[in-house]
Design a protein around this ligand. Structure first.
Ligand code: AMP
Ligand code: MG
Length: 413
C-alpha cells in the first residue's frame, strides 16, 4: 500500500509518458480561440509586432511637449488626437504651451511627449479650443502616462512555449498576435466502464435488491464541464467474459480507461485480474487513504492509462477528483488546489491513513475562507456530499488538528 504523495508521483510520471506517447503526437488540431480554453499548445507563439506597437496614450487628457517652464502656464488646446487616427486634427505644435487633447489608446505623435490627465487639470478658458491649468501642487513628470512602444515585448520575442495550457490571459496574447485558430494537441479519448450485477441504468426501475448506477454519470458530467467527453461507455456485469470484452474494447478505442467498482477484496472483484489478462501492468493497487483505499492504477499494453476506482460513490468521486482529474486535465492543474484553514478541530484517519472529507467554504468576510467539515460519514453515503464545495485532505497524524490548521482543499469543478 502506498501513500497519497507516492500515488501522485506515480500517476504524474505515467501520465506524462502516456501523453507523450499517445496524445501529444500528430496530427494536431486547429481550434478557434473561443474554443481553445484549457487546450494545450503545440507550437511556440512568437510576437508578430512590438507591444505596444506605438507610443500608446494611457490616459484621457492633454499632452504637452515637456518643459518645466510651461507647467505653471495656461495650456491652450490647439488640436486633438483620437485613438485609431494616424493624424492630429487641428494645428501642429508651435509654442511651449500648445496642448493636444489625447484619448486613451491613441498613437502619440512628436513633439508631444507628456500626458496630463483631465483629473489633474482645471479649465480656465473656453476661447478657441479651450485652455487649462495644471492643479496646484501636482508634480508632472516628463514622459508620464505613455505606454511606450515595445515596452511589454518586442517583435519576434518568444511569448508562449509549446506545451502551454491556454487560459483566459493567453487568449489575449494569441488574439493580439493575429492567431485566430490555434494549433493544439488532441484531447485524450476516455472510456468509462462501470461494473456490478446490482446496478441498473438511471432510467430503469430497480428491483428491491438493485440500485441505480450514478458513479460514471457524475464523472462524465465533470469531464463534460471541462471540455472532455467519453468516447466509449459501457456497463459490465460481474462476470469474466463480459468484463473482458468491455475492458478490451475500452483499451482498443481509448487513451484513458476509467473503471468503477470490482477492485476490492470480494470474490467478484474481477477487474485487476482481467486487466492483467489484457496485458495491463499494475503501477499500484491500494492507497493509505479513507475513503478510496482500493484504487487500482496501471498502464495498458500501448501506454493507455487505467484508473480503476472503488465502486462506493463517495470513494469513486473522491478518487476521481483528487487523483484522476488533476493529472488528466491540464486545465485543472495544481492551481485548483487551495490551502485553507479548518474552521473547527478535525480528527485525522487512523493508522497512518490520509483522510478525505467533504467540506464547505465558510466565508469570513476578511481573510481567507475557512473549511467546515460535516460529521464523518461512510463512503457509501453519497447524500453526505451535499452540501459541500469540495474535499479536504487531512494528512495522517497521531493527534487531532486544531481549528485554524491549514489543509489542502480540492474544490468541486
Ligand atoms: P464495489 O466496489 O464493486 O465492491 O462496489 C461497492 C459499492 O458501491 C456497492 O454497494 C455498489 O453497489 C456501489 N456501486 C458500485 N458501482 C456503483 C455505481 N456505478 N453507482 C452507484 N453505486 C455503485
Ligand atoms: Mg461490485
Amino acid at each position: 500500500m502506498i501513500s497519497v504523495a507516492e500515488a501522485d508521483a506515480v500517476i504524474s510520471k505515467a501520465v506524462k509518458e502516456s501523453y507523450a506517447e499517445r496524445v501529444y503526437v500528430q496530427p494536431y488540431q486547429k481550434v478557434s480561440l473561443e474554443s481553445s480554453l484549457g487546450r494545450t499548445m503545440t507550437e511556440d507563439l512568437l510576437a508578430d509586432r512590438d507591444q505596444p506597437p506605438f507610443d500608446r496614450v494611457a490616459m484621457d487628457g492633454l499632452s504637452i511637449k515637456f518643459d518645466p517652464a510651461v507647467l505653471d502656464q495656461t495650456l491652450n488646446k490647439v488640436a486633438y488626437l483620437q485613438a485609431g487616427s494616424p493624424n492630429i486634427f487641428g494645428s501642429p505644435w508651435t509654442q511651449a504651451n500648445d496642448a493636444l487633447e489625447v484619448m486613451t489608446g491613441a498613437a502619440l505623435i512628436e513633439p508631444w511627449n507628456t500626458i496630463i490627465p483631465w483629473e489633474d487639470l482645471d479649465q480656465v478658458g473656453t476661447d478657441n479650443l479651450g485652455s487649462w491649468r495644471i492643479k496646484a501642487g501636482l508634480r508632472v513628470r516628463e514622459d508620464q502616462h505613455i505606454h511606450h512602444r515595445a515596452s511589454d515585448y518586442a517583435a519576434g520575442q518568444n511569448l508562449l512555449q509549446s506545451g502551454t495550457t491556454i487560459g483566459p490571459a493567453h487568449i489575449h496574447l494569441l488574439a493580439s498576435n493575429g492567431v485566430s485558430n490555434v494549433s493544439v494537441y488532441r484531447q485524450p479519448q476516455i472510456a468509462l466502464v462501470s461494473t456490478g450485477d446490482e446496478l441498473v441504468a438511471v432510467e430503469d426501475t430497480p428491483l428491491p435488491h438493485q440500485i441505480r448506477r450514478s458513479n460514471l454519470i457524475a464523472i462524465a458530467a465533470a469531464l463534460h464541464r471541462l471540455g472532455l467527453t467519453s468516447k466509449y461507455n459501457a456497463h459490465a456485469i460481474d462476470e469474466r467474459e463480459d468484463l473482458h470484452t468491455k475492458l478490451a474494447l475500452a483499451l482498443q478505442t481509448c487513451d484513458i480507461v476509467i473503471v468503477s467498482g470490482a477492485v476490492s477484496m470480494g470474490s467478484f472483484d474481477l477487474v485487476p485480474s482481467i486487466l492483467q489478462e489484457l496485458g495491463c501492468s499494475c503501477l499500484f493497487h491500494k492507497i493509505a487513504q479513507k475513503p478510496g483505499k482500493p484504487l487500482w492504477f496501471g498502464k495498458g499494453p500501448h501506454g493507455q492509462l487505467i484508473f480503476a476506482l472503488p465502486g462506493n460513490p463517495v470513494s469513486s468521486l473522491v478518487c476521481f477528483r483528487r487523483l484522476v482529474l488533476p493529472w488528466i486535465c491540464p486545465a485543472l492543474n495544481a492551481a485548483n488546489m487551495l490551502h485553507l484553514p479548518l474552521a473547527e478541530d478535525c480528527n485525522p484517519a487512523h493508522s497512518g491513513f490520509t483522510r478525505f472529507a467533504p467540506a464547505c467554504l465558510v466565508d469570513q468576510g476578511f481573510g481567507p475562507s475557512q473549511l467546515s467539515l460535516g460529521k464523518a460519514q461512510g463512503s457509501g453515503n453519497f447524500f453526505s456530499l451535499i452540501p459541500s464545495d469540495g474535499i479536504v485532505e487531512i494528512p495522517p497524524n497521531d493527534k487531532p488538528y486544531p481549528a485554524g490548521s491549514v489543509v489542502r482543499f480540492f474544490p468541486w469543478y
